[in-house]
Design a binder for this molecule. Structure first.
Ligand SMILES: *Cc1c(COP(=O)(O)O)cnc(C)c1O
Length: 421
């Protein structure tokens, strides 16, 4: 459920008409709903009720400061995957003890910054990285809390580009080698082993892969405890999928996911961390765009938008499907017609949808891409010198621009000319 609904024939974000935002900020833009962000966070928080837990929002999904602040004020921790994300979380007021550092390629500088600024734990992804964290901690006279990310070799049954828990993926260490790696970690004086981490992929639409992975984590917890490690925290990653279409085969709900966690891991008495990103932000955001031209081709009609693949890359990158709706609600009984919906970028890949049934549209009409809040704005680029599009946050009847559209001068002036020119 989200808070983007039609009212009196027009699409709203909470209590604000989308057309009003478009008039104020221009198109294209992203718009997020505070109520939806908070609702999704609370679904996870409530799903783990009764267990010692922390929901660490995977901020790579959508990392605007205003979004982070909204979630942090509700009690969320953050899962970061780079030094930049760490700084963003700190800048939004998240205390170090609520920030988890994931990612396969943490540099010594990033590790140093996080240790100095405060960190809940590092999720270690490899043995060489473990040695570097140890060395940096010793150099600072500190002890770094760590979990080791294990790769359970489970098929997440999701798109290949976002599956991470099979042995051929670059993530984590093979679960079969955990014993050895934990023994090494325990021998390093700059590290304190506190738990186990796992994350098998994104946009999972079934619980079964989670169940397989978490069952392996439960067995590993008992085994490592028997080997003398004080395993007291389990980080279970993110990955729960969202409905991108309004069909019936909706992914499992957070409450069902929470019940699975309790069933597979509840008996261990560990503190539980989860790292949802997509499910918190995905359906909390729209990308709004305007039709520039309607072009009749030989065998099809094209809707040419002012939004493009550089603004929302998911269809080009993951063959992703987004519901696309007219901001002006179609009149009842209006006949839909198929369009290829494309952006202006000079690539055939700049196609959002083919043969998509839409009400008849004209130049100037506004349309909205639903489910665009996660992996949307954060993956945008300025390809074709198209400025990064603004982000807007709605809260009840208020809205605010939370990232401005840069001017062409700002974009050009980021370049510098060498002295010989
Ligand atoms: C991407 C990622 C997440 C979030 O995944 P979602 O599918 O957005 O919930 C969580 N943890 C790690 C380590 C990730 O890389």
């Amino acid at each position: 459920m989200d808070h983007f609904l039609y009212r009196d024939g027009a699409l709203y974000a909470e209590d604000v008409p989308i057309s009003e935002i478009a008039a104020a900020v221009g198109t294209p833009f992203y718009v997020y709903s505070t109520a939806t962000l908070l609702r999704h966070f609370k679904l996870f928080d409530d799903a783990l009720d009764g267990m010692d837990h922390l929901v660490c929002y995977a901020m790579k999904a959508a990392s605007n400061q205003a979004i982070l602040k909204t979630l942090a004020q509700a009690g969320a921790g953050m899962d970061v995957v780079s030094g930049g994300e760490y700084q963003r979380a700190k800048a939004a007021g998240v205390p170090g003890e609520k920030i988890v550092f994931s990612g396969v390629g943490k540099t010594a500088d990033e590790i140093r910054a996080a240790l100095t600024g405060g960190i809940r734990q590092f999720n270690v992804e490899s043995e060489p990285e473990m040695e570097v964290i140890n060395a940096v901690a010793l150099e600072l006279g500190m002890v770094a809390p760590i979990t080791v990310r294990v790769n359970p070799d489970v098929d997440a049954k999701t798109h290949a580009k976002i599956a991470t828990g099979k042995s051929e993926n670059k993530f984590g260490i093979p679960i079969s080698r955990a014993s050895e790696v934990y023994a090494r970690a325990a021998s390093l004086p700059g590290l304190e082993v506190i738990g186990i981490d796992v994350h098998i992929g994104s946009q999972l639409t079934e619980l079964e892969p989670f169940e397989l992975a978490y069952t392996k984590v439960a067995e590993l917890t008992e085994q490592l405890r028997a080997e003398g490690h004080n395993i007291r925290r389990l980080d279970l990653g993110g990955g729960l999928g969202i409905p991108y279409t309004r069909s019936n085969d909706a992914p499992p709900l957070p409450v069902e996911y929470g019940a699975l966690i309790k069933k597979t891991l509840g008996h261990l008495g560990c503190e539980i961390e989860i790292e949802p990103g997509r499910l918190i932000a995905g359906n909390a955001g729209l990308m709004v765009s305007r039709v520039i031209y309607v072009k009749s081709g030989e065998d099809r009609d094209f809707l040419i938008l002012d939004g493009a693949m550089n603004d929302l890359i998911r269809p080009a990158m993951y063959e992703a499907y987004h519901d696309i709706v007219a901001v002006q609600e179609p009149k009842a009984g209006v006949e839909q017609q198929p369009y290829d919906i494309v952006g202006p970028v000079c690539e055939s890949g700049d196609t959002f949808a083919k043969g998509r049934n839409m009400p008849p549209l004209e130049p100037g009409d506004l349309i909205a891409f639903r489910s665009a809040g996660a992996y949307g704005a954060v993956m945008a680029s300025e390809y074709n010198s198209r400025p990064l599009i603004p982000e807007v946050l709605v809260h009840e009847d208020q809205f605010a621009v939370i990232r401005e559209r840069p001017s062409f001068d700002e974009i050009i002036n980021r370049d510098t000319i060498p002295t010989w020119l």
